[in-house]
Design a protein around this ligand. Structure first.
Ligand code: 6PG
Length: 237
């Protein structure tokens, strides 16, 4: 069910965006723990969220003791590989914290059988993420759901192995049912290269095969001026 795009926030700089993202994650965690006693957070891969993760590492009010960490996708590489989303988050965030290891649920990208790794990951996913973080690719992909991929029409399995056009090609990703079930979704996008996928995702004709990011509706979109450049031409931002 595709609904309206949600909330759009435009920041003057990527640094301001990262500060806002970290603050929103902490606020969501504290509010969720207040009502439900725990918090499930799915981290995004790629480079955009790393500055926010570094800020999060210093957020003393973040309730890590009752936070369960997941990832939206992973490349099929070992965790210490430069391309690993888990590895990037470990360097930016986890190495600076004491989150109980049993609460860090990484996708086992090193498994030579990504289908088996995807099935194991799907089995440990919560019914709903309290907060799902996502970036967006220049082609409009989110997580590792790329344009034209059959995984965009997966409605049963909650994580699958895919072959992506963006290297490294072998990846494991959450699927549309997991996106739809998230209680809240925060999409981070910076730079002019994201201006086109952002405007198409938020106000373009609906075609998830061409623009997978349209699956993420509603969501809170944190954009810098570059990523909001085309959207600003059609919306009173
Ligand atoms: C991945 C990510 C992917 C990422 C976008 C944006 O594993 O590549 O999950 O969906 O969020 O490609 O990446 P950047 O933030 O590096 O632009």
């Amino acid at each position: 069910m595709l609904s309206g795009p949600g909330t759009i926030v435009v920041h003057d700089t990527p640094e301001a965006l990262s500060r806002d993202a970290a603050a929103r994650i902490v606020a969501a965690a504290r509010a969720t723990v207040e009502t439900r006693g725990s918090f499930t957070l799915a981290l995004a891969g790629g480079g955009t969220p790393l500055a926010a993760y570094r800020l999060l590492a210093g957020a003393v009010e973040m309730p890590w003791a009752v936070t369960q960490l997941y990832w939206g996708d992973e490349r099929c590489v070992p965790p210490d590989d430069a391309e690993s989303n888990y590895g990037a988050a470990r360097r930016a965030l986890l190495d600076h914290l004491t989150v109980p290891p049993a609460q860090v649920h990484r996708i086992e990208g090193e498994d030579p059988d990504p289908h088996a790794a995807a099935a194991r990951y799907a089995a440990l996913l919560p019914a709903r993420f309290d907060l799902l973080l996502l970036g967006i690719g220049e082609d409009g992909h989110i997580a590792s759901l790329f344009p034209g991929d059959i995984a965009l029409h997966e409605h049963t399995r909650r994580a699958v192995a895919v072959l992506a056009p963006k290297p490294p090609p072998r990846r494991i990703t959450i699927t549309p049912p997991v996106l739809a079930a998230a209680r809240a979704t925060l999409v981070l996008a910076t730079g002019a290269a994201k201006a086109s996928p952002v405007v198409r995702a938020l106000v373009g004709d609906i075609n998830i095969d061409e623009l997978p990011a349209q699956l993420v509706r509603p969501a809170t979109w944190l954009l810098d001026r570059g990523a909001a450049r085309e959207l600003a031409r059609v919306l009173p931002l």
